[in-house]
Design a protein around this ligand. Structure first.
Ligand code: PLP
Length: 485
């Protein structure tokens, strides 16, 4: 007796690869309510027969739908439509946000009070862009903002969560500078990289889902995961970044569908993945049916970095960046470039979170991007960062990876005997705030290193003073430096 099909997609108007057309039709039917949550989809064989395609095509289509979070497969039971992404209210978790000094970028930058520089300290703990440039970087974007009342009225209202077309187009022009071939419709404006990552992870993962991250990961992602009930699974790295074999193994073992990476000037390791590593990670993502979330916030500091993951496979990698480090963190403007199937869901996540990104901020960003001011600000930051790196390399025994000549920070391996937390405490006792390496590990383990940010202090002279204190501390044996108790 042939199986009675619970669903048959209409593929007549869909061109392109058959597996993708089936996955797209599935998405459309879920969206329209034709396929309610819990529906058991036809078996691979039955659907293949009905559509006159191979069983492999249906298997690939269901795999693609699983990657998009539309369905879940249970061995022996079949493939079922997942419940829709919860509404905003369901995402609101009890538990206060980190209680840090609101004036400190560390509220999100490092997710913990222990890493907030107290007043009067030389602050090497925050990856701030050079502050002296911030006002000058913003000013050209503010000029004439009030000149056209009609335009101002348009900007003053509510906007589509996916952004106004002209702001999306400005985002496409900005990401093109980093090697991405983007159209306005591929872009969703977001509130900084943090807002972008939050929206993307919200769109891809549900509470209880797993996210693959490197052992050392920027803590803002730990924070998103905690807030959204996403569990982190760590993946081993080497001198070229996340290891493809470890990614494949972790994906298979955990069943995770999403991985977060910082391929250029990783925070904190400063590694920039070479071409071959990027290609291998994309291959792994294809083989293991993963979506890669690529954070490129520091790409502008690298001298001709390899093409982003999202340029290598625009359907496998979601690209997230912002103007925070190159123009000003307070602008809170970032852009996500996503595959077509994900754009509406990211927009829904923005809607659930903040309805929309302020069009006023996006207007300023667009003006800065279009007349070249954003690029000029980025160039100024890069030049200053390179000068500060030279100071650090002169004063400290740092071994930074190739390509990190203009990074905002250094990752300082500590001499044997030092724990990251005790070194951090000792540095603070001497008036210098640094970030303990433990902040970058999801398990709070000790990587035996600290991060020193070079751009937050107001000038190079203060940087020299702070790094001099660190150099002096490195000369001491831990037990000699620690107070007797
Ligand atoms: C790797 C990384 N991603 C994201 C962010 C957050 O950036 P934004 O200010 O654009 O939200 C930071 C800030 O330090 C970062 O280092």
């Amino acid at each position: 007796m042939p199986e009675r099909l619970t669903w048959t997609p209409d593929l007549t108007a869909r061109s392109g690869a058959r597996y993708r057309a089936i996955a797209d039709a599935l998405a459309g039917d879920i969206d329209s309510g034709r396929l309610p949550a819990g529906t058991r989809l036809p078996t691979h064989r039955a659907l293949a027969r009905a559509l006159d395609v191979t069983v492999g095509t249906v298997t690939r289509a269901y795999g693609e739908a699983e990657r998009r979070g539309l369905v879940e497969a249970t061995v022996g039971r079949g493939t079922f439509v997942r419940a829709a992404t919860p509404e905003a209210a369901d995402w609101t978790r009890p538990g206060a946000p980190p209680t840090t000094d609101p004036d400190s970028a560390l509220c999100l930058e490092d997710c913990g009070t222990e890493n907030v520089a107290p007043q009067g300290q030389i602050d090497l703990s925050v990856n701030y862009p050079a502050r002296a440039f911030l006002a000058g970087a913003l000013q050209p974007g503010l000029v004439g903002l009030d000149a056209d009342a009609g335009r101002l009225t348009a900007l003053a209202g509510y906007q589509p969560s996916v952004g106004r077309p002209e702001h999306r187009a400005a985002g496409a022009r900005w990401v093109a500078r980093f090697g991405l071939d983007a159209r306005a419709r591929d872009i969703v404006p977001v509130h900084g990289t943090q807002g972008g990552l939050t929206a993307v992870l919200h769109a891809l993962d549900r509470p209880g889902d797993l996210l693959l991250v490197e052992e050392l990961t920027w803590p803002g992602v730990h924070y998103i995961a905690r807030q959204h009930g996403i569990r982190l699974v760590t993946v081993a790295s080497d001198a070229q970044g996340m290891r493809p074999d470890a990614l494949a193994e972790a994906a298979r073992r955990s069943g995770a569908r999403t991985a977060y990476l910082v391929p250029t000037l990783h925070n904190p390791s400063n590694v920039t993945m070479p071409d071959a590593r990027r290609d291998a990670l994309i291959e792994t993502a294809r083989a293991e049916n993963l979506t890669l979330v690529e954070d490129d916030i520091y790409g502008f500091l690298a001298d001709s970095p390899p093409a982003p993951l999202a340029a290598r496979d625009p359907d496998r990698a979601v690209y997230v960046t912002s103007l925070s480090k190159c123009v000003a963190p307070g602008l809170r403007v970032g852009f996500v470039k996503a595959p077509e199937w994900l754009v509406p869901r990211i927009a829904q996540a923005v809607a659930a979170d903040t309805l929309m990104v302020s069009a006023l901020l996006l207007e300023i960003a667009m003006k800065l991007i279009d007349v070249g001011h954003a690029q000029a600000a980025a160039d100024a930051q890069r030049r200053e960062a390179a000068a500060r790196q030279q100071i650090a390399r002169r004063l400290l025994p740092v071994r930074e990876p190739e390509g990190a000549e203009a990074s905002f920070h250094v990752w300082l391996q500590l001499p044997e005997g030092w724990r990251a937390s005790s070194f951090t405490a000792e540095a603070r006792a001497r008036g210098v705030a640094v970030t303990s390496g433990t902040a970058f590990r999801a398990d709070g383990g000790d990587p035996g290193a600290v991060r020193l940010c070079l751009s937050a202090v107001p000038d190079r002279a203060q940087l020299e003073t702070g790094l001099g204190i660190i150099a002096d501390l490195l000369e001491r044996r831990p037990e000699a430096a620690m107070p007797m108790v």
